[in-house]
Design a binder for this molecule. Structure first.
Ligand SMILES: Nc1ncnc2c1ncn2[C@@H]1O[C@H](COP(=O)(O)OP(=O)(O)OP(=O)(O)O)[C@@H](O)[C@H]1O
Length: 748
């Protein structure tokens, strides 16, 4: 659009009006913030002057005054924090107040209204909206509709009308840099411009260019559980975060960030996505990983293998003696059939007879074993095992209490009679000690019969595994079951728990009531969903049964060939059918056309990307005689691509071992960082990282280290390689020594 034209002038005038109003509100808020700060300082002074130093010796009145001050100061702090947040919002508005405009004529009106769309609402004193939040119902027209008939949903129903104009702006530092009208969808030019840029830091918001298929997921309110399958770079993580922002806006009276949890693959990823919500003016939700949750739940009794250690084992120790047994264990314990076996076993344990004994104290029957059985199998039956046992214990102690009191009285009389006491308190104290001593055995017995022994339950499961396999009609041969049993029980004897076993223990803990479920969490987001097993989904469901769930993944990016979801069919039965929807995204945005084409060929899947057709260099496959030469070439290429202006370079290896090797070579020769643990800090500069920790991340330039046929030799590793290639935005170079992997034979 012409800068000297009338339209530009009109837009500029409007922008000035908006900035003036925003500036006015910004000033008011600053004034309020300053006043709250001064008040808070005054309150603190008054606290010292009026209350002084607090001591119990000064009486309860002083403590009450002190508490009153503290509560007041707390309220002042909250108000100050709130004005600080509003200030940040205005600062954003003053720099870039809006990015879109729609002109819409409602069917019942005859004149088009202009709606400017930005990160947040701006409302003047007359309650006129100068800017509409991108999450407001009317704003969905901007993302969903083309010029012509259009409609949007709002709490009152569907509003129909005609969209007569859709305009996009880039406003920076309060100045229009460019604007243009888009007749069809959100214009490719702006999207192209955004995508062609270099990525220098953490993930960014996509609010100005959300695509229609993405908007459908972000605003979906119809289903409680959404399963979103989308190819690499289709915006799944971006959608997840924008959906959270949407929920926080839409249900702001009911839902706060503390009611939302996102399960990410690792800490690095958590760090990578941590800026998006604050950029959108919202606070971050609770970010966690399955591993973190499981670690906290299982405690430290056993040596627990972590996820990285398992991946290193799977990818790096193929020649190890027990490798096959371990892999078979992982595969078996990750299958849907196994979940069914576990369910049967849980039922069995809940119904299994327990050896209750009569509780007798001083020849008096306190409660009979028959009564305890009755309580256990009838009255408390609806509760999970651990809670039933706790109830039984409470019951016995309750029945025992009067007998204990009587006995204490009896002993007290006896002690008094000895004449060696002058003080009644001493008599009481000694009587209690004597009775506690007498009751030691009975307390031990109570503990024994009501103890919840998780590891014993787990052991018994594997000891009886063949029975449950037969019950579940699973035709596994005895030899295989024996192998699994032996492998698992040996691990337990050595007090060590493999990653896959920890998941089972966590499941038992939940099912037997050893972990309390939370109703605080109302929204759960599970990203990189392909890398969780059906059993892990059972756990998610059990923990957050009443919450809404958005599950986002790409089956083609399963980085663990033996432990993954397999197919969405494997989990869809877990969630109520009529409240669950599977949505397929088809377009991808991250990589150039050439890189996307190349990566799809690894999967033998056709390139049908209707997304953005951003052109770039063809990926390179470079062969060398040994690994030393690869490292030399990588060093050269880092310099070449840095000189070309690319900001982030990811050198992707297969394992941490390889990361160490490459890092040791490069560390004194180039400015470089390495990620070797799943809680290392994410620094998106030049980074060496094993592929299983790089999932979800992206780099301008991806250099894949040693794709020789020894490293990537079988079909199972295809998805690993695909995931590595799809991390690249602009440049992809693959290096190998000796022979290249057969997985790339058909690709170039
Ligand atoms: N509508 C959009 N507008 C601008 N950029 C977008 C859009 N959608 C996605 N992107 C960009 O595409 C890249 C990939 O997005 P994201 O990481 O969310 O995809 P993903 O599906 O989670 O990827 P993967 O499964 O490969 O990890 C990011 O750089 C993101 O900013």
């Amino acid at each position: 659009m012409n800068r000297d034209g009338l339209e530009w002038k009109v837009e500029d005038e409007w922008l000035q009006e908006v900035l003036e109003e925003a500036g006015k509100q910004y000033g008011k808020n600053n004034h309020l913030k300053e006043k709250i700060r001064e008040d808070a300082i005054r309150t603190q002074k008054e606290l010292w002057e009026e209350v002084g130093s607090v001591s119990i010796a000064n009486g309860m009145d002083q403590i009450a005054d002190f508490m009153q001050f503290i509560n007041f100061m707390r309220t002042q702090k909250i108000s100050h924090e709130s004005t600080r947040k509003i200030q940040e919002k205005y600062e954003k508005v003053l720099s870039s107040p809006y990015f879109g405009r729609i002109d819409f004529i409602e069917d019942v009106e005859n004149r088009a209204e202009k709606y400017y769309i930005g990160i947040s609402n701006l409302i003047d004193d007359n309650i006129d909206f100068l800017i509409y939040d991108w999450r407001a119902p009317i704003s969905s027209i901007f993302y969903d509709c083309e010029i012509g008939e259009a409609s949007y949903k709002c709490p009152e129903g569907v509003i129909e009308g005609e969209l007569t104009l859709k305009r996009q702006y880039k406003i920076n530092n309060g100045k229009i840099e460019y604007m243009f009208d888009s007749n069809i969808k959100i214009d490719d030019e702006i999207l192209q411009d955004i995508l062609s840029k270099s990525t220098d830091n953490k993930m960014k918001t996509i609010v100005t260019t959300i695509q229609r298929e993405q908007n459908k997921v972000i605003r979906n309110e119809k289903y409680k559980t959404l399963i979103v399958q989308g190819p690499a770079g289709s915006g799944k993580t971006s959608i997840a975060l924008h959906r959270i922002a949407y929920v926080l806006y839409r249900y702001r009276e009911k839902i706060t960030p503390e009611n939302i949890v996102i399960f990410s693959p690792n800490e690095i990823f958590n760090d990578y996505i941590s800026n998006v919500l604050p950029e959108l003016g919202e606070e971050n939700m609770y970010q966690t990983t399955f591993k973190e949750y499981m670690d906290a739940a299982l405690g430290n009794e056993f040596k627990k293998e972590n996820y990285c250690e398992m991946m290193e084992y799977i990818l790096g120790t193929k020649n190890e003696l027990n490798y096959e047994s371990r892999i078979y264990n992982i595969v078996y314990k990750s299958s849907v059939e196994f979940v069914n076996i576990l369910k049967d076993y849980v039922k069995y344990v809940e119904k299994t007879d327990r050896k209750f004994s009569d509780i007798i104290f001083k020849d008096k029957l306190i409660v009979s074993s028959k009564d305890l059985q009755e309580l256990f199998f009838k009255e408390y039956m609806p509760l999970p095992l651990k809670r039933r046992l706790r109830k039984i214990k409470e019951r016995i102690l309750f029945l025992l209490e009067p007998h204990k009191k009587d006995r204490i009285k009896e002993i007290a009389v006896e002690l008094e009679y000895t004449g060696s006491y002058v003080n009644k308190n001493e008599i009481l104290r000694d009587s209690i000690t004597i009775v506690n001593d007498e009751m030691k055995e009975i307390y031990n017995e109570i503990d024994k019969i009501t103890e919840f022994r998780l590891i014993e339950i787990y052991k018994e499961f594997f000891e009886k595994l063949d029975i449950f396999c037969t019950n579940s009609n699973i035709l596994d041969c005895k030899e295989k079951i024996d192998k699994i049993r032996k492998y698992t029980l040996t691990g337990l004897e050595n007090k060590s728990l493999n990653y896959e076993d920890q998941i089972i223990l966590l499941y038992f803990k939940i099912m037997f009531g050893d972990i309390s479920k939370t109703s605080e969490i109302k929204y759960v987001i599970i990203d990189e969903a392909q890398d969780y097993t059906p059993l892990q989904y059972e756990i998610f469901y059990q923990l957050f049964e009443s919450a809404n769930m958005t599950i986002l993944g790409d089956l083609n990016q399963s980085i663990n060939p033996f432990m993954n979801i397999g197919d969405y069919k494997n989990i869809s039965h877990i969630f109520p059918k009529d409240n669950t929807s599977i949505i397929n995204l088809t377009k991808s945005y991250r990589s150039t056309k050439e890189i996307t084409e190349f990566s799809r060929k690894i999967l033998n899947s056709e390139f049908i990307n209707e997304g953005i057709q951003r052109k770039g260099d063809k990926p390179l496959l470079l062969g060398f005689t040994n690994e030393e030469e690869i490292k030399q070439k990588i060093l050269e290429d880092i310099k070449i691509y840095k000189d070309k202006g690319y900001k982030s370079i990811g050198i992707i290896t297969r394992t941490v071992e390889e990361t160490k090797e490459v890092y040791n070579y490069l560390k004194d020769k180039a400015h470089i960082n390495a990620i070797m643990k799943d809680d290392d800090e994410f620094i998106n500069d030049t980074l060496i990282i094993p592929i299983y920790l790089a999932k979800g991340l992206e780099f301008d330039v991806v250099l894949i280290y040693n794709v020789g046929n020894e490293n990537y030799s079988c079909e199972e590793e295809k998805l690993l390689l695909y995931t590595a290639c799809t991390r690249a935005l602009h440049i992809l170079c693959i290096y190998y020594s000796g022979n290249s992997t057969p997985l790339l034979k058909e690709v170039l």
